[in-house]
Write a protein that binds this ligand. Structure first.
Ligand code: GLC
Length: 441
């Protein structure tokens, strides 16, 4: 036996002896079997259809989005100084949650620690956190969690796998100019750190709906993130907590939802979403303006109509929409965002029935719009149509057709081939003209 093989064998045997637990944990996860409560949480997640993403960290002070630290190669020691000036005097968790609830969203996904490495919660495992390093000294996640539980909205945590500041995070594709020493990285230390923080997040803040990972793409494809064990830890702490990972590929064992970034499933306009669509619940995240973190000059907000169309289109593609807002450094949500939340909420108050609890409908998305389905009710969402009639390639037999909002009958003719021709009283001009079809059971 040559030396290499000998040492290889010793390593394997030693690994089996000392690392037994982790090896079993990995085996467990390869055949990951979600618990009954996890499966139930998946359904509930899918039914909820709409969530709000919040990107908030020290980067809000620079007001140039959450990538500024690496984009401008800011030295981590300079960057750290931001913390001692962070005092979001207008932060009010109750106001945030109320404004978000008013939109009809059913969950909030909050950045607990983004790539800059700053923890927005009280953590024992790093001083670079909102309680210890800022004059503000308040655990905003605690306040947010309490309000979410009080106002009845689910809380999810975004958690960055990568870090631009820590020395123990192995150098990745990004964060190369933030002043760390050449060759830095101590994976074991960093991995333990992450798992310790995840344990805090999943034990100190009540029930958490999901952990939303991001940053996988920072390391080469063959990098071993040891996610099996990390996922097992999460599911052990909270079996119903859903795991999603924004790695831009098909889901890995142990994940409970599939994430798409800036594109709906099946689309790939932003270049991040070419992956196959899995059987897991789907979620698409999208910005309200152009950036995730607060960017002072980006007032390019999508109109309420565009946002509603995005939500409806996403539901028609069988996915949830996670719509992003970047809170300001003073702790407020931008007024432009709050206005849109309210307007989306007014629409959802009337049309939510055709969105919540539905799945993508029998009719594939077309230029005119999409369909959603709940039981034997098929909702036809007409978003762009310059005609007072519409042909639907539908196999099922229709027993009734009406305008959803007021119950007015819609005349229809079922064709020989099973398709159906709808005839409206006018050319639709609503944000979403919803026709409800009753299908024969
Ligand atoms: C990207 C970005 C990150 C952002 C995320 C949201 O992965 O790196 O800044 O948080 O998308 O989808």
């Amino acid at each position: 036996m040559n030396n290499n093989r000998f040492y290889g064998l010793v390593a394997v045997v030693a690994g089996l002896l000392i690392g037994g637990a982790s090896i079993f944990a990995q085996d467990n996860n390869v055949t990951y079997v979600p618990t009954a409560e996890n499966l139930e949480a998946r359904q509930e997640f899918q039914d909820s259809k709409f969530g709000i993403f919040l990107h908030w960290g020290l980067y809000s002070m620079l007001a140039q989005g959450e990538w500024y630290m690496t984009n401008r190669n800011i030295d981590w020691q300079e960057y750290e100084k931001l913390a001692s000036g962070f005092y979001p005097s207008r932060f009010d968790a109750a106001e945030w949650v109320a404004a978000i609830k008013a939109s009809g969203a059913k969950y909030i996904c909050f950045t607990s620690r983004h790539h800059e490495g700053f923890s927005m919660f009280d953590t024992q495992y790093s001083d670079f956190n909102i309680v210890d390093a800022t004059p503000f000294g308040r655990d905003v996640i605690k306040e947010l969690a309490e309000e979410c539980h009080r106002q009845g909205i689910k809380l999810h945590f975004y958690y960055s796998h990568l870090d631009w500041r820590r020395d123990d995070y192995p150098q990745g594709r990004t964060g190369q100019g933030t002043g760390r020493a050449e060759g830095h990285g101590d994976w074991d230390s960093y991995y333990t750190f992450m798992n310790n923080q995840l344990t805090e997040l999943l034990t100190n803040y009540g029930q958490i709906g999901a952990i939303w990972f991001d940053g996988f793409w920072d390391q080469p494809a063959d990098f071993d993130w040891q996610i099996d064990e990390q996922y097992a830890l999460i599911h052990r702490l909270q079996p119903a907590c859903l795991i999603g990972n924004n790695h831009h590929s098909t889901p890995l064992p142990g994940e409970d939802i599939q994430i798409f970034e800036r594109d709906q499933p099946g689309e790939n306009t932003a270049g991040l979403s070419g992956q196959d669509i899995s059987q897991l619940p789907l979620e698409t995240c999208q910005t309200m303006n152009g950036m995730w973190g607060y960017k002072i000059e980006d007032q390019n907000y999508k109109s309420t109509k565009e946002l509603i169309h995005y939500l409806v289109n996403t539901a028609g593609k069988n996915a949830n929409l996670l719509l992003n807002i970047g809170p300001q450094p003073n702790g407020e949500l931008p007024a432009a965002a709050v206005k849109r939340l309210k307007e989306i909420g007014d629409w959802m108050a009337v049309y939510g029935e055709t969105i919540y609890g539905t799945r993508g409908g029998d009719i594939a998305p077309h230029d005119w719009g999409v369909s959603t389905r709940k039981g034997n009710r098929l909702f036809i969402h007409i978003l762009n149509l310059d005609d007072d009639g519409l042909y639907l390639p539908l196999k099922a037999k229709v027993t009734d057709a009406k305008v959803f909002v007021d119950g007015t009958k819609v005349s229809y003719k079922q064709e020989q081939d099973g398709g159906i021709l709808l005839k409206f009283a006018k050319v639709p001009d609503e944000i979403d003209y919803v026709i409800e079809l009753t299908l024969k059971q």
